[in-house]
Design a protein around this ligand. Structure first.
Ligand code: HCI
Length: 348
């Protein structure tokens, strides 16, 4: 396999013929500390796609850690599964976790993992019996539990910052559209509803929509309508790559702030949003509450209150980023990257 160039430090790729799984670990940067970032387990069209995804996500983790002021580097694991996780039997999944743990041990602590799309705290409990290089065990196993609630709190802080930048007087009465009602999206919806938002929701799973419609009185829309439905705040909490430059040119919202990693499919989309005056909270800042939770609890010894305070401070971080972007006529992504780059350079 010919790998394209990358500005990261190391890519580990391993194949298991018995299960057909591929294991990719991207260590993007250890400049601020050991690389860390979750383990994503899903089916990919090809190994090249898995490598590209791991590398892209690892790069975003470097920015996320730097922007959040955490003493960690950026990395990410991707397990390209032979079949969707739900279709794998227990023995196969257990073997896959065992091989992943062996790879983590080979990296000797230069990379620490945690949960991501397709893995959960219970998987981290299993991994931790095989390797010490794991964050995010369940509370029952002595870990800090799911990072979902803190990720959601941070995304809501980003929504509040975006709403203020767009000139609104708070979330009350605004139409907030949440796409993806997993642990994070559902909690963001609850926070928005509690703040008086007119909630609109969508998810590929109709049962999740129905539950939130019942709980919060949310209006449910078709997944296909997410890019065309007029709203004040669009909150993407599903997978990345939603916003191409073309989509950015027509999105009918005033604020874009969500949890999905690598939300922009193409870097130019940020410039299109800037020109249209859409306030965009960069994903690696908006969704950093999960990293603050895991690193805060497991590396820095913070209690739950300290983690929540630092997560709410995402609002102030973003206010500063919006201010920089406005002042210099640059995108919010460029402004956030400049801040992260300054932190990374300072660590040299
Ligand atoms: C993420 O924010 O995407 C993952 C958070 C994380 C942080 C540190 C270790 C594993 C996962």
């Amino acid at each position: 396999m010919a790998l394209p160039e990358w500005d990261g430090e190391l890519t580990s790729v391993r194949h298991d013929p018995e299960t057909g799984a591929w294991f990719v670990i991207g260590v993007h940067s250890t400049r601020l500390g050991p690389a860390s970032g979750g383990t994503r387990a899903m089916v990919y069209p090809s190994v090249d796609d898995a490598v590209a995804d791991a590398r892209r996500l690892a790069g975003a983790m470097t920015l996320k850690m730097a922007a959040a002021g955490l003493p960690m580097g950026g990395g990410k694991s991707v397990i390209a599964l032979p079949a969707p996780r739900a279709e794998l039997d227990d023995a196969t999944w257990r073997r896959i976790l065992g091989l992943h743990a062996a790879n983590l041990n080979l990296l000797g602590g230069n990379y620490t993992t945690g949960p991501d799309v397709g893995t959960c705290s219970a998987d981290m409990d299993v991994l931790r019996t095989l390797t010490p290089h794991v964050f995010g065990r369940s509370a029952a196993a002595g870990g800090p539990g799911s990072s979902g609630p803190m990720t959601a709190l941070g995304v809501f802080a980003a929504v509040e910052a975006g709403v203020a930048e767009a000139g609104f007087d708070g979330v009350d009465g605004l139409r907030v559209l949440v796409q993806g009602l997993g642990a994070v999206g559902a909690d963001v919806a609850r926070l928005a509803a509690a703040a008086g938002a007119k909630l609109i929701v969508t998810d590929v799973d109709p049962a999740r929509c129905a539950a939130l419609a019942e709980e919060l009185g949310a209006e449910v829309i078709d997944t296909g309508a997410v890019l065309t439905r007029e709203c004040d705040v669009l909150v993407p909490c599903a997978t990345g790559g939603l916003v191409t430059a073309e989509v950015a040119g027509t999105l009918p919202c005033a604020v874009l702030a969500g949890a999905a990693n690598n939300l922009l499919a193409d870097p130019y989309a940020a410039e299109v949003l800037r020109r249209r005056g859409v306030v965009h909270a960069p994903d690696f800042v908006a969704n950093s509450g999960g990293a603050i939770h895991l690193v805060g609890r497991e590396v820095l010894g913070w209690d739950a209150d300290a983690v929540a305070d630092r997560t709410r401070a995402i609002r102030d971080t973003l206010a500063g980023i919006f201010d920089d972007a406005r002042t210099h006529g640059i995108t919010t992504v460029a402004a956030a990257e400049r801040r992260a780059a300054a932190t990374l350079e300072g660590a040299l």
